[in-house]
Ligand binder design. Structure first.
Ligand code: NDP
Length: 277
């Protein structure tokens, strides 16, 4: 499994598992739990969840999937901006731990920026680290200006990742945020890496996939996974999709494939505000 290095020096897998809408009844609970467990077996040990997802239902399902296997997983969860005051963050984290059936998170993210001063949330993160309830903290949906503000705060450079919307159809971050994070060796975590399935019918993606004997989802993931400092977290509610996504790590995209993808999904030629789902 290829890995990425966090600023702390710890390594995490380049391919993880998302869980938005898991536990919401889209698929059977058994199938979703089996998908996450298969992911653990295949090395997709980073599991991303949030208190927001299904109002805690996703965290509960993840808790079920990692029961008895907690130490295999690198668990990521997120605090809602509406809970991100100092005490609110600490309480929200404790509720997440309870639902997940664990005593610690590996990484705790501010889901997106709200009205609470960053300094306050950061203080809560520091207190949670001190108490052993989280091992690391990071942010999500932060554009360059937010990252600059954060890292200018005392303790702000302890940020471990920025989780943002990034896939072939959403390349805006390549203009400024991605170089900014690379320069500082802060990994980006690409969410909705296959655009929630909406990009899979794209003709060029399908053509390249056919040429490679792969699927459109694998080409979309393969394109992300070849990038330095990038972690992708597709959500797959079925074991078949988990296997397929794992195999995207073995995909070799040629210069011709990459050029064709660039023509169909052009890189940005100017600053674009960070997109959010
Ligand atoms: P994804 O781009 O991961 O797409 C998920 C969809 O694609 C599901 O419908 C899934 O279906 C389907 N799928 C997965 N694998 C395949 C495959 N191999 N072939 C065909 N279809 C496939 O979207 P998400 O929005 O879920 O993003 C991933 C994760 O990122 C989230 O689950 C969440 O953890 C995180 N996220 C974070 C956000 C943030 O603000 N920080 C915002 C959005 C997402 P099925 O389930 O049936 O397999």
């Amino acid at each position: 499994m290829p890995t990425r290095t966090l600023p702390s020096g710890e390594t995490i897998p380049a391919l993880g598992q998302g869980t938005w809408y898991m536990g919401d009844g889209l698929r059977s609970r058994e199938e979703e739990v089996a998908a996450l467990r298969l992911g653990l077996d295949l090395g997709l040990t980073l599991i991303d969840t949030a208190e927001m997802y299904g109002n805690g239902a996703s965290e509960q399902l993840v808790g079920e999937a990692i029961a008895g296997r907690r130490d295999e997983a690198f668990l990521v969860s997120k605090v809602l901006p509406s809970n991100a005051s100092k005490q609110g963050t600490i309480k929200a984290c404790e509720r997440s731990l309870e639902r997940l059936g664990t005593d610690r998170l590996d990484l705790y993210l501010l889901h997106w920026r709200g009205g609470t001063p960053l300094k306050e949330t950061l203080e809560a993160f520091e207190e949670l680290v001190e108490a052993g309830k989280i091992r690391h903290w990071g942010v999500s949906n932060f554009d360059v200006s937010d990252m600059e503000e954060l890292t200018a705060l005392r303790g702000g450079t302890a940020v471990q990742v920025n989780q943002v919307l990034y896939n072939l159809t959403r390349r805006g971050i390549e203009w400024d945020l991605q170089p900014w994070c690379r320069e500082r060796q802060i990994p980006l975590m690409a969410y909705s890496p296959i655009e929630q399935g909406r990009m899979l019918d794209h003709s060029s993606l399908k053509r390249i996939a056919e040429r490679l004997g792969a699927t459109a989802a694998q080409v979309a993931l393969g394109w992300l996974l070849r990038q330095e400092g990038l972690v992708a977290i597709p959500k797959a509610g079925s074991p078949r999709h988990v296997e397929e996504n794992r195999a995207a790590l073995d995909l070799q995209l040629s210069d011709q494939d990459l050029a064709e993808l660039d023509r169909s999904f052009p890189a940005p030629d100017r600053k674009q505000p960070l997109e959010i789902l």
